[in-house]
Design a protein around this ligand. Structure first.
Ligand code: HEM
Length: 209
């Protein structure tokens, strides 16, 4: 049963990773010169809302986020109760990194960020149907120092969580062959850095523009 739970955690996590690549790519449009960015970013936003395929992907992504959180909690609870009833000495500190031991904490920090982030954009666009200039919405938000700080700081738990999470997902899915181990670990860390630094520089560039 634990294998099933870990497989769900790995698959939902990897799906979210693919979403993040697309999301970061789209948000890199914000780095273009002001008016060019407005044109392309608003065209992307319109495409998001009018495409049925993208709408289906968005719903799968929401489900992945919910199941990822749920299964992370279930696995952690199971591990804790197993550890309590075991006589084995826990050598976690000696055997693993700070990141791998604090994935749940990092996950909750990211979840907190996602709630704020959804209130910033998703709620206004999808629920209130504010058909405003989305570029302007992002531009205005990233001219508030508090939000710049929140978005830049959130990139730290995101980067750390991904750097361990991606390689861990490959291990769970049995794709962590000895031959490719080093490569998968390297790709995970590079992916995590690009995603973390990428999401952190966007608010900074917009703020100082
Ligand atoms: C520079 C940073 C970011 C910017 C400017 C940004 C911008 C946006 C915008 C404008 C939307 C609403 C799009 C729409 O509904 O039309 C959105 C949705 C979303 N963002 Fe971000 N985002 C950023 C970072 C992140 C990060 C780091 C995460 C995850 C950790 C994230 C997760 C999401 C999710 C899950 C949605 C909902 C997607 C959907 O409804 O299909 N975003 N973002």
């Amino acid at each position: 049963m634990i294998i099933f739970k870990k497989t769900i955690l790995a698959l939902t996590g990897l799906f979210i990773c693919v979403f993040l690549v697309a999301h970061l790519g789209a948000n890199f449009l914000l780095l273009l010169p002001h008016e060019t960015a407005r044109t392309y970013y608003n065209a992307y936003s319109l495409a998001l809302r009018s495409n049925v395929f993208i709408t289906v992907i968005a719903y799968i992504n929401y489900a992945c986020i919910v199941f990822h959180v749920l299964y992370a909690l279930l696995i952690t609870m199971k591990n804790r109760s197993a550890r309590k009833s075991s006589y084995e000495i826990n050598k976690a500190n000696e055997n693993s990194s700070w990141t791998s031991q604090n994935m749940l904490l990092l996950g909750f920090l990211i979840l907190g960020f996602i709630v704020i982030h959804m209130a910033n954009f998703w709620y206004k666009v999808k629920i209130l149907h504010i058909e405003e200039d989305l570029y302007q919405m992002v531009f205005d938000l990233f001219h508030e120092p508090l939000y710049v700080l929140i978005y830049v700081t959130a990139a730290i738990p995101i980067g750390l969580h991904l750097s361990h999470g991606v390689q861990s997902a490959f291990k769970t899915l049995g794709l962590y062959h000895l031959k490719y181990m080093k490569w998968i670990a390297k790709i995970s860390v590079v992916y995590a850095w690009i995603t973390g630094v990428g999401f952190a520089i966007i608010p900074l560039v917009v703020y100082f523009r």
